[in-house]
Design a protein around this ligand. Structure first.
Ligand code: SAH
Length: 696
């Protein structure tokens, strides 16, 4: 079987499709999977084991045989726990073939082949009966099918089906129950991920304020979950307006309904403020008594208990459709609506003197449609991009730089996806501004820009060019040459920091239209690199070996093999503000890209070494870009600040950085004779990709 894989080509900006063998998908999925992270999640594993032991002993205590159904067995871990706890037989269901194969091997290696039957099927395809996959229905249902939003991986329909066809009535379920909690908050930082705030520009002829169009103001945004490591959000970045409230629970031991529904709770704000965001997380009780509880609650909820770090389950940020001023003690209703796979929220005020009948009527209109972006901005800009556009200090730097380079007769061309630079350039006095609004016409950004320009009376001031840079014609520019070429650079399809070098390729494509004295902003970019020790992120790529007494090395080997597939060890994007690390070396500039010149014909490569100047474990290298906008003005998409004493780093909160995990970790001591890491980094002009190699 062949698989087609799409990837944006960073040199042309267009999507390209590759034919890949069947293996390709598997390897990608395994290499980037969360299995390692789950196996390192001690808190989860210990509690599952306790819950499974308790369930097996309850069934045995009733004098019944313990027949387990483990849906989504992965490595087989939960089935092996059940078998060790004395279960008579386990049916371990796994839909993903490479995992099912791995489970067979792991189960065999651990000596459970006679007690565990691995079935490579989706649970809804499993048959029961003398000739079926399962001899009889199970009386213990074990699963771990949850994502950060609890239901996003299809837990509800899977449970619904299992209760109808695969388990006995009154079965024991591990986990027994899940509960979703919410807290209402005000947070300018998180709200800036959904709304575009007005942009203030000091122009020659007074202050200009750029405002979003009303379509954007009233847009509900997109339904996709916003999951983050909420524990990295400092308490100074939000204000809690309510206590933590239980939103809804699901009892997994009883028939489960997956059909769309809603839940409503009443709450009274503990403080007045602007209700903008609903923070949410869940916990699971492994047993009916609630004594074995595994929670995703963030740090401020139970400040005394130790937090388990995990990446496979985080916390959710939901954006209310509109900001709502609320008063301390006033009566509010918060509604969670859900379909089979996702949840969204709505806040309503109780009406003055509301009676029962009103309340019923109220209930009828609490159900709101799942959010669908109507303004198109939420399709063009993802949440971090909204945050970046709302970052005032960054905007100020661009304004400063533009002010330095623009003249009243400037003919300005902007190349960047969904950028506000053309408007800034116009306000700052550029005579003529042309703009390639986006490389992808998928989202009809044209309509968005029309609305945007209209709201700001800029209709005839900025010209959108609906062509690709290589198809730019003199007529697009009214036969003028470009005197100022600007970009952020930011492109929607970029995955890794250097993919935004598409700006350089586009600049090269429009070379013939540039005036000989053209100013390019940014004038150059540089790639920076630093060796780090991660506080936790290392776990996602680290072998586990033995998990709760079970040998899962087969899984480790499989991940390693997939990571090395076709020798393609690559850097991966991670938003490091969510993943603390400590620098072990000084940051180093490793490559520079001169935007005043066209892309050269030859590849750019560099070799060198970097000293490990701090004690710690070298887990990998972090790489990011810095853009030099104009003399003395640079913006970093990576490191913002570093404390020299401890090496703790502050990262740009709107960008993902590239992380290259070393295949082996070295531990450096205080060094009189510092250890050096040597590197070789190559930017391939033809592909726009960066290959790298490190020797420790
Ligand atoms: N039980 C393992 C792995 C959990 S990950 C552990 O706890 O460590 C969830 C696994 O369930 C994935 O491997 C996924 O492929 C599988 N899965 C999800 N839904 C499924 C379904 N309905 N039927 C079979 N497998 C499923």
């Amino acid at each position: 079987m062949k698989t087609f894989c799409g990837r944006a080509n960073p040199t042309t900006g267009s999507m390209e499709w590759f034919e890949e063998g069947e293996d390709y998908d598997y390897h990608q999925e395994i290499a980037r999977s969360r299995y390692a992270d789950m196996l390192h999640d001690k808190d989860r594993n210990v509690k599952y084991y306790q819950g499974i032991r308790a369930a097996v002993s309850r069934v045995k205590g009733r004098g019944e045989k313990a027949i387990v159904l483990d849906i989504g067995t992965g490595t087989g871990l939960l089935s092996m726990m059940a078998a060790s706890a004395g279960a008579d037989f386990c049916y371990a269901i796994e839909v993903f073939k490479p995992m099912a194969n791995a489970a067979v091997k792991i189960v065999e290696k651990n000596g459970f082949s006679d007690k565990i039957k691995v079935i490579n099927k989706h649970s809804t395809e499993v048959t029961v009966g003398p000739d079926g996959d399962m001899q009889c229905r199970a009386n213990i249902l074990v699963t771990e099918l949850f994502d950060t939003e609890l239901i996003g991986e299809g837990a509800l329909p899977t449970y619904e089906h299992a209760h109808k066809y695969l388990v006995q009535e009154g079965c024991e379920a591990v986990p027994h129950r899940a509960t979703v909690y919410v807290q209402l908050v005000e947070s300018k930082r998180m709200w800036s991920w959904k709304k575009l705030f007005p942009v203030h520009v000091e122009a020659e002829d007074g202050e200009k304020i750029l405002v979003p169009p009303s379509e954007m103001e009233n847009c509900p945004g997109v339904p996709s979950v916003c999951d983050i490591q909420l524990n990295q959000m400092p308490s100074s970045d939000f204000t809690t307006l309510s206590d933590v409230v239980t939103m809804f629970s699901v009892d997994f031991s009883k028939p489960v309904q997956s059909a769309s529904t809603y839940y409503r709770v009443q709450l009274e704000p503990v403080r007045s403020g602007k209700a903008q965001i609903v923070l949410s997380w869940w916990d699971i009780d492994m047993d009916p008594s609630g004594m074995i509880n595994c929670t995703m609650a963030p740090y401020w909820v139970k400040p005394t208990s130790a937090l388990q770090w995990r990446d496979h389950w985080m916390q959710c940020v939901y954006f209310l459709p509109n900001e709502e001023p609320v008063l301390q003690g006033e009566k509010l209703y918060l509604t969670a609506c859900r379909d089979e796979y996702s949840v969204w929220y709505n806040l309503q005020k109780a009406r003055e003197g509301e009676n029962k009948a009103d309340e019923e009527e109220h209930k009828a209109d609490v159900r709101v449609e799942s959010p669908v972006c109507r303004c198109r901005a939420h399709l063009l800009w993802n949440r971090p991009r909204f945050g970046e556009l709302n970052d005032q200090s960054r905007t100020r730097q661009y304004i400063e730089a533009l002010r330095k380079v623009l003249k009243t007769d400037s003919v300005c061309l902007c190349i960047s996806d969904g950028s506000l630079l053309p408007v800034l350039a116009h306000y700052l006095g550029a005579k003529q501004v042309q703009y390639f609004p986006s490389r992808i016409d998928l989202y009809h950004p044209h309509e968005l820009w029309q609305a945007f320009f209209k709201a700001n009376h800029l209709e005839d001031k900025i010209k959108i060019i609906e062509a690709r840079p290589e198809l730019l014609k003199p007529s697009h520019l009214e036969d003028k040459k470009i005197s100022v070429l600007v970009g952020e650079p930011f492109f929607t399809t970029s995955l890794l920091p250097w993919h935004n070098l598409y700006f350089w390729y586009a600049r090269t494509a429009v070379s013939t239209h540039l005036a000989s004295s053209v100013t390019v902003l940014p004038q150059s970019a540089s790639l920076h690199m630093m060796i780090v020790e991660f506080q936790d992120l290392w776990r996602i790529r680290s072998p586990c070996g033995i998990c709760e007494g079970f040998d899962v090395q087969t899984m480790d080997d499989m991940i390693k093999n997939s990571l090395n597939f076709r020798e393609s060890k690559e850097a991966e994007p991670h938003p490091l503000w969510e993943y603390p690390c400590k620098s072990l070396s000084d940051p180093q500039e490793v490559l520079t890209f001169d935007f005043t010149q066209s892309v050269p014909q030859h590849c750019l490569s560099t070799e060198g070494s970097v000293n490990l100047s701090r004690k710690g474990k070298s887990h990998g290298a972090v790489l990011w870009m810095e853009y030099h906008l104009a003399a003395d003005i640079s913006v970093s998409t990576g490191l913002m600040q570093m404390s020299n004493e401890k090496g703790s780093c502050e990262w740009n909160p709107h960008c993902k950085q590239a992380v290259y995990f070393f295949s082996s970790v070295i531990e450096s001591e205080i060094l009189s004779d510092p250890t050096a890491v040597t590197y070789a980094i190559n930017f391939d002009i033809k592909t726009g990709e960066i290959a790298m190699d490190f020797k420790l």
